[in-house]
Design a protein around this ligand. Structure first.
Ligand code: SF4
Ligand code: SF4
Length: 361
């Protein structure tokens, strides 16, 4: 059964499907013509087999993907895959569950996707620190990935090691990319990651048969190409040097910048500022809390959550350090970066509407 047939059977209207294609193309900064390609490819695609492995993790990544309100884009894309193995979501347990994994691998040799959340005890570590069905995480990963087409490391633990890797890393944990060397690996970081980023990557793979363009950390550029700071609505206050000093002072009440309360937005690359959380309801900074930088390597060891950045970390535009050290913001530079970012976003996100798409197809 094709995806188009599956969606129809599940009562998804054609217009709802086309809207999904338009939104996906826009969110992934693809050219307007890509919406047509996505619609055509997804409608005729067979449901790909996905094997989801959970290692040293907290289940937050799965919660992120499934805690959404129907009907949503996330649910729509979940209809498109055949989730053949997932500890938390599957009904089968024990030997029956492991049999399902083996059958999916066998039946879809070379074509299935492996999604992983959690880090795993590395090759030099005690394999007994984390086991499933009597075998170590390392063995299960190597065995499952051997016949896969590609690997998606979901969440900061799988992408960069996350909490298990935090000093002193008692289990000798490593991220997926340290073990998987001979298959394409895409990192969808975040603690947890945004659900639409996970589904966007799957939609891209279904449409184009390959992973999207990645940044230096193996993350999809469309979602991680700009920092939280670049897209933050409090940015004008940063540029004017207006900062909240405590969580309940006048500045906090007026919505001023949270930089001095420890905001890691200038060094965090993620799409929270534009996509928000809980179906677009809000996001941490809008709720008055600094960004913790959860999508970055060394998330847990990068200094205190509420300690202001004083030295740029990673690819920062330079304004954060100036603001932190001198107590004022470098408005001119900030304004230039902001303007350039906006121009890039406008160029990359030129939209096509569902109506236009309907006429084309
Ligand atoms: S420092 Fe944080 S709150 Fe301030 S503008 Fe940047 S991202 Fe927004
Ligand atoms: S705002 Fe920052 S800490 Fe919060 S989810 Fe987004 S990237 Fe992570």
């Amino acid at each position: 059964m094709t995806l188009g047939e599956t969606l129809e059977r599940n009562g998804i209207s054609r217009r709802g499907f086309l809207k999904f294609c338009v939104t996906t193309a826009s969110l992934m900064a693809l050219p307007p013509t890509a919406a047509t390609a996505i619609a055509e490819a997804l409608a005729s695609a067979r449901r790909p087999s996905v094997i989801w492995l959970s290692f040293q993790e907290c289940t937050g990544c799965t919660e992120s993907l499934t805690r959404s309100f129907a009907p949503t884009l996330e649910n729509l894309i979940l209809e498109t895959i055949s989730l053949d193995y997932h500890h938390t979501l599957q009904a089968a347990a024990g030997e029956a569950a492991e049999l399902a994994r083996e059958q999916a691998m066998h039946a879809n040799q070379g074509e299935y996707l492996v999604v992983i959340d959690g880090s795993l005890p590395g090759p030099g570590s005690n394999p007994g620190y984390s086991t499933i069905a009597g075998i170590s995480n390392l063995q299960m990963l190597e065995e499952t990935v051997a016949g896969a087409a590609a690997v998606v490391a979901v969440g900061t633990c799988a992408a960069f090691g996350g909490l298990p890797v935090a000093d002193p890393n008692p289990t000798g944990a490593v991220p997926v990319s340290k073990v998987v060397r001979d298959k394409p690996v895409i990192n969808v970081s975040g603690c947890p990651p945004l659900p639409m980023v996970i589904t966007g990557v799957l939609a891209h793979y279904l449409t184009f048969g390959k992973l999207p363009e990645l940044d230096e950390y193996g993350r999809p550029l469309a979602f991680f190409g700009q920092s939280i700071h670049d897209r933050c609505y409090r940015r004008p206050f940063y540029d004017k040097g207006r900062f909240a000093e405590t969580f309940d002072d006048e500045g906090a009440k007026k919505g001023w910048c949270l930089y001095r309360l420890g905001c890691k937005g200038p060094m965090a690359y993620n799409a929270c500022a534009t996509m928000k959380w809980n179906g677009g309801t809000s996001w941490p900074i809008e709720s008055g809390h600094p960004c913790l930088g959860c999508s970055e390597p060394d998330f847990w060891d990068a200094g205190g959550f509420y300690k202001a950045l004083s030295v740029p970390t990673g690819n920062i535009g330079g304004t954060a350090a100036v603001a932190g050290l001198a107590g004022v913001a470098a408005g001119a530079v900030g304004g230039y970066l902001s303007g350039r970012a906006k121009k890039d976003a406008r160029t990359a996100h030129r939209k096509v509407t569902a109506d236009e798409l309907e006429q084309k197809l």
